[in-house]
Design a protein around this ligand. Structure first.
Ligand code: RRO
Length: 324
C-alpha cells in the first residue's frame, strides 16, 4: 500500500526521517535501521569533511506550532558516516537504503565527499544539502543560482563516473538535492532551469525557513542562543510553503519529490503526496515523538486511503485538483 520509488530506488514505505533529527550518532542511525518503525530509508545528518560540535546551546526550541534551530551542522565527519554504512544497513530487516546527506563547507569538500560516497557500495545515494541556513558567514547555496549550477554540474560528473563502476556490481545510486524554500516564482523558475539541465533525480522540498526569530515572552528572551536568536523554522507553520514548493517542482521538473515540512499526521502526508511527493520526511514531529511517529503517521494515512478507496500512493500522487 505504501511502496514507492524515488529516482531508481524502491522503497518499502513512503516515510522516513528528515536529515538532522536523531541521525547523528551510531546509536541513532541503528534505531533508524530497526525493522519495527516503518521508516524506509536511513538518512544521515548532513556531514562535513571534519566533525563539528555545532553552535552554542540552547540551539533548539519548539512549541505546538513550530520549531527553531541553529544547530550549526554538528556531525561526526563524513568518514564516520561512510565507514559505518555497511554495519548500520546490516541491522535493517530489508536492508533499508542508506543515504548520505552532505553539506561540505567548500565546493572542494563537497566533491571529495561525493566521490567517497559514490565509490562506497553500501551507500545508496546522496542528498546534497544546498540549504543549511545556520552557518555563520556561509550563504545558502540554493539562493545563489551561479554557485548552485556549478556544484550540480560538477557533482553530476563525479556521480556519472562513479555510477559506471557501480553498474558492474549491480547497485544504483541516487543523486538528490535538499532545497531551501523558494517564495518567488522567478526563483522557482531559475532553480527548475538548473535542475532540468542536470541529472539530479530527487528533490527534497523544503529545508527549514531560514533566519526566523522566536521569542520566549515570559523571559523576554530570544528562544535560541546562536546568531542573536535567528534560526531555521520548521513544524506546522511551514506546511503551506512546503506544499507550494513540492507542487511547483513536481509540475516543472522530472525529479521525484520528497515532501518535508509541517508533517505530523496522516492528513499532512496525504496533502504532500497530493501535491506530487513520492515520499515524505519528518523533522520537527520526529524530534518531538521519536521513532514511533513513522508508524503512527502511516496508520493514519492508510485509513485516509482506505476511506477514499486508494490502493497505492500512486493512485492520488500529484492529482491535486485546480480551478479551471
Ligand atoms: O545543522 C543545522 O543547523 C541545520 C542544517 Br545542516 C540544515 O540543513 N537545516 C537546518 O535547519 N539546520
Amino acid at each position: 500500500m505504501f511502496k514507492t520509488k524515488i529516482g531508481n530506488l524502491d522503497l518499502e514505505t513512503c516515510i522516513y526521517n528528515a536529515s538532522g533529527v536523531y541521525c547523528v550518532s551510531f546509536d541513532e542511525l541503528l534505531k533508524l535501521a530497526a525493522p519495527c518503525f516503518s521508516n524506509s530509508v536511513i538518512l544521515t545528518k548532513s556531514c562535513t569533511l571534519e566533525g563539528r560540535i555545532g553552535n552554542n546551546l540552547p540551539r533548539y526550541y519548539d512549541t505546538e506550532l513550530l520549531s527553531i534551530n541553529s544547530s550549526g551542522l554538528p556531525n561526526l565527519g563524513y568518514k564516520f558516516y561512510c565507514d559505518n554504512a555497511r554495519i548500520i544497513k546490516d541491522h535493517s530487516e530489508f536492508k533499508k537504503p542508506y543515504i548520505l546527506s552532505i553539506s561540505g563547507l567548500t565546493l572542494e569538500d563537497n566533491y571529495k565527499i561525493i566521490t567517497e560516497a559514490v565509490n562506497n557500495n553500501f551507500i545508496d545515494g546522496i542528498e546534497l544539502n544546498l540549504s543549511c541556513p545556520n552557518i555563520i558567514g556561509k550563504p545558502q547555496v540554493g539562493y545563489d543560482f551561479t554557485i548552485m549550477e556549478e556544484i550540480i554540474r560538477k557533482a553530476s560528473e563525479i556521480i556519472e563516473t562513479g555510477r559506471d563502476a557501480r553498474l558492474e556490481s549491480g547497485s544504483g545510486f541516487l543523486f538528490g538535492l535538499k532545497l531551501p524554500p523558494y517564495f518567488d516564482i522567478s526563483h522557482f523558475d531559475m532553480a527548475c532551469d538548473i535542475i532540468n539541465n542536470s541529472n539530479v533525480q530527487s528533490l527534497t522540498c523544503i529545508n527549514s525557513i531560514g533566519n526566523g526569530l522566536v521569542i520566549d515572552t515570559e523571559k523576554e528572551l530570544v528562544a535560541i542562543a546562536p546568531k542573536n536568536g535567528y534560526g531555521g523554522i520548521g513544524g506546522t507553520v511551514i506546511k503551506p510553503t512546503a506544499l507550494a514548493n513540492v507542487h511547483y517542482f513536481y509540475r516543472n521538473t522530472k525529479c521525484s519529490i520528497i515532501g518535508c515540512g509541517g508533517i505530523s499526521s496522516g492528513m499532512d502526508a496525504f496533502e504532500h503526496i497530493l501535491c506530487g511527493a513520492s515520499a515524505v520526511q519528518i523533522g520537527t514531529h520526529f524530534h518531538k515523538k521519536r521513532n514511533v511517529c513513522f508508524k503512527e503517521i502511516l496508520t493514519e494515512l492508510g485509513s485516509i486511503m482506505k476511506s477514499k478507496n486508494y490502493k497505492t500512493i500512486d493512485d492520488f500522487r500529484g492529482k491535486l485538483v485546480h480551478y479551471k
